[in-house]
Design a binder for this molecule. Sequence first.
Ligand SMILES: Cc1cc2nc3c(=O)[nH]c(=O)nc-3n(C[C@H](O)[C@H](O)[C@H](O)COP(=O)(O)OP(=O)(O)OC[C@H]3O[C@@H](n4cnc5c(N)ncnc54)[C@H](O)[C@@H]3O)c2cc1C
Length: 469
Amino acid sequence: MRTIVVGGGISGLVCAYRLRQLGQDVLLLEESQRAGGVIGTIQQNNFQFELGPQSFLSNPTLLELISSLGLDGELLRADAKAPRYVLLDGALRKVPLGPPDLLGTSLLSFGTKLRLLSEPWRRSQPPDRDESVAAFVRRKFGKDLLENLVGPLVSGIHAGDPERLSLRSAFPAVHQWEAEHGSVLRGAIKSRPPKGTLRPGLCSFREGVESLVRALTATLGDALSTGTRVERVKRGKANGRSGFEVHVNRRGREETLNSDALVLAVPTQAAAAIAGQISETFRELLGRVEYAPVAVVGAGYRREQVGHPVEGFGFLVPRKEKLTVLGTVWSSSLFPGRAPEGMVSFTSFVGGATNTQLMGLSNEQIAKAAEGEVARVLRISGAPVSRMMQRWERALPQYNLGHGNTIVALEQELRRFPGFFLAGNYLSGASVGCCAEQAVKTAGEVHEYAAAQALAEPGHAESDFQKQA
Ligand SMILES: Cc1cc2nc3c(=O)[nH]c(=O)nc-3n(C[C@H](O)[C@H](O)[C@H](O)COP(=O)(O)OP(=O)(O)OC[C@H]3O[C@@H](n4cnc5c(N)ncnc54)[C@H](O)[C@@H]3O)c2cc1C
């Protein structure tokens, strides 16, 4: 049984790695010269900057993966109590992390505080229709919670527009808590992990998030072929069984590879182009998923240039503040080793679904705008010692209204094509942890498919897939 996985981002890497753990013969094809997709860590003037994700929330799948790759000793955990801030009327205000903070915060009105604290006793049910995050927050709590906390948080996580994001697709747990317990707070309390279990926390590695990619890449060895772009796919025969003909361009040379199973772990635009050759329905459904653009702007300064103590996680910016920056992570405060001695570093996110026109500006213009805004908020004087900028035109898939129906329809269509699978950040969560969980699930489905095939044809010849690589 041979499986080709297309796309060497975290989804494809984890899927291929898991398939190998399950004893499957796998080849991972990645278009770029390096694997990792949007994950990338760079060292510059002794600063360490992340091009994409700054950190990841640990979940059991990721922790198991990290252990199995021998990376436990490299793992860094951020302080869970590190303060986070929201910029309101030009000043940074602490985000309340518990009920006592909530009472004192100036981010919310008295009425909203009352509605939050009394929510467990005001039972409600979600509407049948797909409800936006904004409509949900207004229905349950109030406008100021949406504008001052939830909106900025949604920008920080999804780079999304709360008026368009679907609550049940983007925050399925919150939807479920209300549906099952009549109260979000009751549901959240009931679903807390038992005492003594490790709570999910923000993590990275000593050498940055890319350490995970490097370890996966090293383990895969020849099973990963970089510089290999999948151009076309046809359903055909492999080893006399139904399978796939995969037409690739490997460093300028056209080749045809055969496989019994095919996993597409690429963003929807690429997936639509490839899967559209198998069925027009795939092209149509995958084409529905929208993406938000994001620019990542990193800057390093000498400590004495910065007026603010910058101790904590960083700050988020409500849209009504009219800044281009969605939020800024205080990178050197979050994890050690991000800035040299006596220096600090920040990473800002710009653009998102609510400011797509910003991407019409040049890199220099975007970086300058972000640096100027952050400098005003943190009272920074002078130019950065080091700076970086990374632009992602299609950074994050948007789990907008209707997304859930698109995914259900995709799953239905997949059932018509045994041996064909999808993985990626548009299916069941965009975070690194969700991608890893989805990839492990997909690998399990491929494994089951292989077992069923083996049962149907017990004497099939062993393959040597590496020869094709
Ligand atoms: C700016 C930014 C900040 C983020 N911050 C966080 C964060 O703090 N925490 C968190 O958990 N998550 C974060 N995320 C989300 C998370 O990093 C991504 O959702 C996840 O890494 C996506 O992985 P993926 O493998 O699904 O897709 P990708 O990383 O997009 O990988 C897809 C791969 O497919 C390849 N490919 C495409 N077409 C072809 C083809 N035809 N043939 C071969 N290969 C092809 C591409 O080259 C690419 O390598 C962030 C994302 C971005 C962009």
